[in-house]
Design a protein. Sequence first.
Length: 388
Amino acid sequence: MILTLAVSGYRSLRDLTLPLEQLTVITGANGSGKSSLYRAINLLAGLAQGNAIRALAREGGLQSTLWAGPEKISKSVREGEHPVQGTVRQGRMRLLLGFASDDYGYAADLGLPQPSRSLFSLDPSIKAEAVWVGEYLRRTNIVAKRRGPSIELTDLKGRLINVMSGLSTFDSMMTYAADPSQGAELLAVRERMRGWRFYDQLRTDRDAPARQMQIGTQTVSLASDGSDLVSAVQTLLEIGDHDGFETAIDDAFPEARIEIREERGKFELYMHQKGLLRALNAAELSDGTLRYIMLVTALLTPRPPELLVLNEPETSLHPNLFLPLARLIDQAANRVQIILVSHAAELVDYFSDREKCASYELSKDFGETVARFRNGEIPNVKWEWPER
C-alpha cells in the first residue's frame, strides 16, 4: 500500500504531503486544488510510462504549471500586515513528485531546460530521481538514483555503481534502467506505477464507443475513457466477481440486470429493467446509467491494480445513485487502494467513520492548497526529496 504522496511546485500545490490509507477521500470547494492533485498523481504515474514530459508540454510547459506564488509567505503577510509582493527567486524552479509505500519509494525532480537552440522549449528536464527501500528516503537506503544524465544502481554488494552516463533530459530512469538482473527494484516499482488506473473522463456522450457494438476481446481492466466497456463487462462476468457485479447493479437499479449479446464476434450491451417489455441497448441508456455501469466494471475489475484513482465519479449521476456508489467503493477498497476525489457531500460523508479511511478537505490559503483532516488538523509526515 502507498503510505505517502508528496507534490511540490505544481500549480497551487506549493508543498503538499499526504499520508494515505486503503481508502483516501479528497474533497473541497471548486478551485481548492482537487483537480491539480489528481493531475499530479497522473503525472507521477506518467514518469513510469514515459509520457509525463509530453503531458506537461500539453499544459503549456513546466513554466505554466509551476507554483505562481512567492517562495515563502511570511507571518506578517499571513496576518495581513503586509501585502503579497514579488521578490527575486532564490531557489530553483522545480516540480517535485513522489510516493512511498511500505517497501519502496520513488521521487523525481523536474526543472527548466538549459537554454539552447532547440524548439522543444516546453519540455521540462528531469534533473534527479531516486528509488529507495522503506518509507523514508535516506542516503543509506537508496537503490537507484539519477542525477542529470547519470544513473547509479546498487550492485550485489549494496554499492551504488554508475550504469549509464548519457540519459536524455526528457527520459526517466524508470524507462531506461529497469532491468531484471541489475535494476530489479527499479523494475518492480516501475511496473507497479504502470498498473495504476485513473478514471476521470468516462465517455457517455451519444458517440461514445461504449454505446456502440464492438468486437469482443478478453479485457481485464476498463480503459480510462470506458471505451471497451462491453468486453470488460463480459470478461468480468466470466472470470471475475459475477455475483458482486449483479449485486451492485441491483443496488442501484432494483431488479435490473446486464446482458452482453454476441453476433459474429461483435458484442453489444443490454440492460433489462423492471417494468420494461424489452431490454435497452447501450445507445438507449441515460448518461448516468451508463456511467454507473462503467464505475461498477472499473471497481470490480478481475485484476485489481495497486492504486485506483477516481476523480469526481458522481458526475452525471442522479443523487439516488450516490449511496450505491459509496457502498461499491467501500467494497472495492477491500481489494485495491483507492483515492477518491469528490465534492458530493453525501458520497464523502458516507466514509466519515470508516476504518482505514483518510479524509481530507482542501482549501486555499494565499493561493496555496492546504489539506486538513475532517477535525481541522493539518497532516504532518516525514518526507525528503532527492538531491540534484
